[in-house]
Design a protein. Sequence first.
Length: 178
Amino acid sequence: MSVLIEGISIVIRADRVISGFTTWENFVGWVPNKTLCSDNELVRIGFMSPIDVRAVVSDLEARGIKYLVNGLPKDLTVVDQINGLSRPCDWIEVGRMPLDGDESKIIMAARLQNSQCPHLVCPTGWKYEGSLTSNHKFIPSSEIERSFSSAFDAQSGVRTFVDHEGEKWFLGRTDRPK
């Protein structure tokens, strides 16, 4: 099987999750957003900010789920929807594929190395139309303050950016600015 990769995804070997959380239910309750999906071999959580990824990886490591050992991903890895793997990893395959055979809907997916199941798993309720895959924009952090005005909705955790042409862009965050 394979899991959808959108934004910046943390991908965890499914057999390692229980070691850090005792039960699947504990893990699901801990996940900070609604991007979780799993094919029973890999577990994926997606983010829009590298800051959130670092915080979640740090929390997972504190629970014994290791990111890097001798410079290589052990229990989890980080995959970007544009650039793929952040580091070489020998237990995962990452690539682009058409969604349901539709060449106009190309997605990024990841699967455990040598997995034979061709099915894709996406977060509950995910649809291509309106997704981060169908409409995204990468803006280096050094450009954000200079090129956009922004507002933050503390309740939803979404920061809205407006460019000079008046177009709105959204950044979902798992933390809340103080």
